[in-house]
Ligand binder design. Structure first.
Ligand code: MF3
Ligand code: CO
Length: 287
């Protein structure tokens, strides 16, 4: 792109005063053989503003669930709270009718790894651990994050898994640096999980997000430090490892086609942060 032309990003600035420097830097990494993001993966200021509004609503939905979730509640109620809260504020739950997913939120309990479908017949029991995964579309922009809840008194075993999963995400976040690599995050997460005797699910991972629900890149949590895509300011993606007590293997529910379970029946936990890479560090925009 010509230096004196207006930048492709729509900022109105000349290219040389806008994306030129960053793209030269990306190009120098690409020449070294690194995987680099495409232009579409770099969100513009305007897009970031809109995506943050979506993320603010997503956070509010998660706060609402956090304040209401309790023993005896069924997951169908969680679904209705998410739907009502979101739509009243002008949003749309991103999972609803997404590739045929029938509900407004994923609720995954105990040995369910992810994509649990809310249902009035599923009642939260004392000691359950549950992941509530909320994703929101607001004015066409997408956000996505999930929290883990312990219902009443969880077992020591469950508490430890949830604590370590939280630590994994925090360590992954600390390892994320502009001009570092996605593999740095994966390495931090996988190392901490394994140190605690756990495993990390390989085939399902995180994703770019913002203009679409699921964008490139695919974010693995088992790859090596320094490997995978370069982290460039403007990128947005999720850090959402699934940590299993036992084997990382899983199977899919044959009847509903969605819910993923651990193959050995062990517990699985997941926490999802949605992050933005900035020049001076990483910002969590939904959690
Ligand atoms: N929030 C989940 C994710 O992180 C949504 C999976 S798609 C669904 O990607 F249809 F199962 F909801
Ligand atoms: Co996600």
């Amino acid at each position: 792109m010509e230096r004196n032309k207006k930048c492709w990003c729509g900022s109105g600035k000349k290219y040389k005063y806008c994306h030129l420097t960053i793209e030269e830097k990306i190009e120098s990494h690409r020449r070294k053989g690194e995987i680099v993001p495409s232009r579409q993966m770099l969100k513009t200021e305007e897009q970031i503003k809109k995506i943050k509004e979506s993320a603010a609503l997503n956070n509010a939905v998660l706060d609402e669930i956090s304040s209401k979730i309790a023993v005896g509640m069924n997951t169908g109620e969680i679904d209705r709270i998410v739907y009502d809260f979101t739509t009243k504020r002008g949003g749309i739950p991103a999972t609803l009718n997404y590739e045929g997913f029938p509900k407004s939120v994923c609720t995954s309990i105990n040995n369910e790894v992810c994509h649990g479908i809310p249902d009035d017949s599923v009642i939260l029991q004392e000691g359950d651990i549950i992941n509530v995964d909320v994703s929101t579309i607001l004015n066409g922009y997408f956000s996505d994050a999930s929290r883990m809840f312990m219902i009443g008194n969880a077992s020591e075993r469950a508490k430890k898994l949830v604590r370590v999963t939280e630590e994994c995400v925090k360590l992954g976040l600390e390892a994320a640096k502009p001009w570092g690599h996605l593999g740095d995050i994966a390495h931090a997460i996988n190392t901490h999980a394994r140190k605690n005797g756990y495993s990390v699910v390989e085939e399902i991972g995180g994703h770019g997000v913002g203009l679409e629900f699921h964008e490139e890149p695919f974010v693995s949590y088992v790859t090596e430090k320094g490997s995978e895509m370069l982290l460039v300011p403007g990128m947005m993606f999720t850090i959402e490892p699934m940590i299993n007590e036992g084997s990382p293997e899983f199977y899919t529910d044959e009847e509903n086609g969605w819910t993923i379970y651990t193959i050995d029946g062990g517990l699985s936990a997941q926490i999802e942060y949605m992050v933005l890479v900035k020049e001076d560090g990483i910002e969590v925009i939904s959690k």
